[in-house]
Every structure is written in structure tokens, then in C-alpha cells.
Design a protein around this ligand. Structure first.
Ligand code: ZN
Length: 342
């Protein structure tokens, strides 16, 4: 059985409205049974933006951009022919090119749309996302075929500077390594220590089932269950958990279509909440993943909104305490996202 640890931290704060004395304030502490991280869910604070983002601050192209259609062929290298026959990957207006920053043994950059220098959150529609995911998925498959000793693949994104993105032109990135990311390692550890159910239920199956019965379920689309996590790592976090795939290289065009449809709905919920920046990560479980019950998981969080002199949403809690401080309960957030899926 999965243990969902929750504790009332019994906080008190000055009663500013009442005038004098202290009053009880709801402050909930949770430990996530899958990743092992803890989160504190605060109340009574408005950390999220009250105004929509002002995209015009950055949407105009002011100089050279290596990801725009007029420059990309000169500004990027083709892949080696033994990795990608012909050296180039494109689908619709999307492109995948080698990353010039070597942060993984094999990494690539995907450009959602080379014909549009800037995309607002609303522009990330199902078709745009599906082309980019499929092109990145193809690169991942070719890398894993080229070097079968590579195990750990992920497809990830930063959008806008506050999320860590270094170029304005929206893009996504992949990692393919002999070693797992910390989250891939923790998920696999949890799978390994979990006694599978009578019908072979995995720890991921149980986690999704618990979300279903505790107000954190959003929707089922295709082979993906959309939920909010029990103890989030980031703001407005949503997970897409695949029902029966353990690695990214097993995903089909159908899966990428479903993933893109769901993600575009999550982005609609972000837009409705005046949010803009995000990070996401789609992570596979490597060669042992299938046997251990790992499930391909997609996780997306919002980041500090697009505004001048923004306040970073990563405080000492997150960076040095490895603990998120969240101002909206996963149950309330699931309700808001669910509206977009109907
Ligand atoms: Zn551009």
C-alpha cells in the first residue's frame, strides 16, 4: 500500500482584519509516496499573477535568431549521417537540431515552429505540440538504436527566461544518457521497493488510483491518465501518467497526439490563471523500466510569470530545502484544470 503522509503544521499568524491577537492558519505538510519529496501547502497568500502576461516585451525579433527559418540552416549543424540518415529532422514547421551545449551524452534541440519567432501560451495548440513531440521522439528512437547502451531518455522544455530558457524563440530539449536524472532514479527505486498487486498493479497504477479517489484526477485521454500530484514539486503541477508504456521509445504517433491534446488543455488552464512560463519533462524508465513497473510520466509546472522584475518562484525552500511551498492545493488545482478537459 502507498502511504500518503499528511500533517497539519498548526501555524498561527497575526489577525490583521480582526485587529489584535493571532489566529490559526491552515498549513498542510505532505510527503509524496512516489518521489519522496515533501511539500507545504500554504493558505491566505496571493503568489500568483493577477494580470495577464505582457508578451509584447519580448515577442519582437530584434536581431539574429538561429531558430528562425531564414537562419536555421546556416546557424545549426546537421546530425552525423550514421545517427540520422540525411542529417536533418523536420515535421511540419518543427525542426530538431543538435544541441550546441553538451549537457547530455546525446542531446538535441527541437524548435516547435521555425516560421514563428515567438509563440504565446495560446499558440501551443495540439498540432504544434504534436509535430514537435513526434520529431523529438524520432530523434530519441534513432539515438537509442545507434547506441543501445544508452538507457535514460527525456524530452523537456523551458519556456520564457524565468523558466531557465536562454533563447526567446520557443524550443524544447532532449537528454539521452547512460545515467538517470534524479527523478528517473527515484521513480525506479520506488518501483523496485514496491510489492506489485495481485493483478500486477505497479506503484504508478496505485498512485493514479489514489488520485482518482481523492479529488486529484483530471481526465483519461488515450493511454494517459492526467492527475495532480499529492505533494507537488512546483506550482500548478500536472502529471500525465502513461498506463502501459515504460520508455519513451515505445510511444507512438497516437500517444504523442494524446499527450499534445492534453497538454494544450493544461496550457488553457494556465492561461485562464494569467500564467505564462512553464517547464515540462517527459521521462522514460530505461532498460529495466518495463520489468519494474515504471511508467512513462509527463510532468509540467508553471514558473514565474512574464513581467518586469518578476519574483522568482524558486526560494530557499525549493533550492536548498528540496521542498516546495505551494499556494494552491493539488485538489483545487485539479478542479480548475478539469474544466478545460470538458
Ligand atoms: Zn526566431
Amino acid at each position: 500500500m502507498l502511504e500518503f503522509v499528511e500533517r497539519d503544521l498548526k501555524a498561527q499568524a497575526p489577525d490583521l482584519v480582526g485587529g489584535s491577537g493571532f489566529q490559526d492558519v491552515r498549513l498542510t505538510y505532505r510527503i509524496d509516496p512516489l518521489l519522496g519529496n515533501s511539500s507545504r501547502l500554504i493558505s491566505g497568500s496571493k503568489l500568483q499573477p493577477s494580470e495577464p502576461p505582457e508578451y509584447s516585451m519580448i515577442s519582437e525579433r530584434t536581431g539574429f535568431c538561429p531558430f528562425c527559418i531564414d537562419a536555421i540552416d546556416e546557424a545549426t549543424f546537421p546530425f552525423p549521417d550514421e545517427l540520422i540518415p540525411g542529417g536533418k529532422i523536420s515535421l511540419g514547421s518543427s525542426r530538431v537540431v543538435p544541441n550546441i551545449l553538451a549537457y547530455s551524452t546525446y542531446s538535441a534541440v527541437g524548435i516547435y515552429d521555425t516560421t514563428r519567432h515567438f509563440l504565446t501560451l495560446k499558440d501551443f495548440d495540439e498540432a504544434l505540440l504534436a509535430n514537435a513531440f513526434k520529431a523529438m521522439g524520432y530523434h530519441t528512437q534513432m539515438v537509442r538504436r545507434h547506441d543501445p547502451e544508452l538507457e535514460f531518455s527525456s524530452i523537456n522544455a523551458n519556456y520564457l527566461a524565468s523558466s531557465g530558457s536562454s533563447l526567446v524563440h520557443p524550443h524544447l530539449q532532449s537528454s539521452n544518457d547512460y545515467v538517470p536524472l534524479t527523478t528517473q532514479r527515484l521513480f525506479l527505486q520506488r518501483c523496485r521497493s514496491y510489492l506489485r498487486g495481485e493483478n500486477g498493479e505497479t506503484v504508478f497504477d496505485e498512485y493514479v488510483k489514489a488520485a482518482n479517489t481523492s479529488g486529484r484526477f483530471i481526465a483519461d485521454t488515450g493511454r494517459i491518465s492526467w492527475i495532480t500530484p499529492f505533494a507537488p514539486i512546483g506550482f500548478n503541477e500536472v502529471w500525465g501518467v502513461f498506463k502501459d508504456n515504460s520508455d519513451i521509445i515505445q510511444l507512438t504517433d497516437y500517444d504523442y497526439d494524446e499527450l499534445s491534446a492534453g497538454l494544450s488543455k493544461v496550457f488553457s488552464a494556465y492561461e485562464a490563471a494569467n500564467l505564462s512560463a512553464f517547464n515540462f519533462s517527459l521521462q522514460g524508465g530505461g532498460n529495466e523500466g518495463a520489468q519494474l513497473g515504471y511508467r512513462v510520466n509527463f510532468r509540467v509546472v508553471s514558473r514565474s510569470p512574464l513581467q518586469p522584475f518578476y519574483r522568482s518562484d524558486a526560494t530557499y525552500f525549493e533550492r536548498l530545502g528540496l521542498e516546495a511551498m505551494i499556494d494552491l492545493s493539488p485538489e483545487d488545482w485539479a478542479e480548475q484544470v478539469q474544466l478545460q478537459f470538458h
